[in-house]
Write a protein that binds this ligand. Sequence first.
Ligand code: THU
Length: 305
Amino acid sequence: MGIYIEYETDKKFDFSYEDVIRSVIDEALNYVSCPYKAEVNVTITDNETIHEINKEYRNVDSATDVLSFPGLEYVTAGDFKSIKSELENNYEDYFNLDTDELMLGDIVVSVEKVYEQATKYGHSPLRELAFLVAHSMMHLFGYDHMTELEAKEMEGKQEEVLQRLGISRDVDIKLINKATSEDIALMKEARKAMKNSYSPYSKFPVGAALITDSGKIFTGCNIENASYGATNCAERTAIFKAVSEGERKIRKIAIVAKKGDAYPCGICRQVMSEFMDKNDIVLVEVNKEIKRFRLEEILPFAFEL
Ligand code: THU
């Protein structure tokens, strides 16, 4: 899935916003059963810039929370079947010819509005960002809120997407607990890496895969030694590979073990905390299911100098 996020302000989110954006977009695409690989461009900006964009494109002279620029016109909102022949007969107008992704449109979000509105509504900025992206995705699917009836329908749909992700208005969860397509892909890489495990002593193969801020993926396996203490865990193999290639920021790591659950050991958690923020994601395969944790959940009070 082509989700392209441009960060164009020095105002910062203090949680893993990328993960929230990707999860919501993925789930929204699943929700409408989009039959194509899709491209969505997301720009993160501030009140000043979104005000300018709002004025330029919509002739509205104020800052707003989110702007949506749909790339398609639907016969029936959310229904790709109704525009199938139009899309496929005019492929070069609707698809990115380099990636074969359907160009769904653009979303612009103001970080400042996310925080202002989270305070106003008494929920977390994560919930607010997820809400705005879900809302905007519905616009990219052709829904609108010109009449009260339309608004109700659209609201219901965006709420359903958030519910599916486990983000409800009242329960302010800190983490989306459903595996995203990126999670599944990363876990697949970890499983592949596990095949190279060198574990003749424990016979406990482990694999890890991580994605850095620059979008690169590095993998690793556990490498044992006759002098047992010289063993290196899969997570640290992957992390050290990334760092030794110049990477400094990891935003997600996936771990899998062949014979059991793959909760990372204490040393690896500490090494993760050197290159990950407390809200970055650790994926662990437990009972064949992907469990998601924020690093802080599995390593509270990390050692820092
Ligand atoms: N192992 C890992 O690769 N990662 C962990 O976080 C826990 C342990 C490996 C090390 C060793 O090769 C085997 O599992 C048994 O301890």
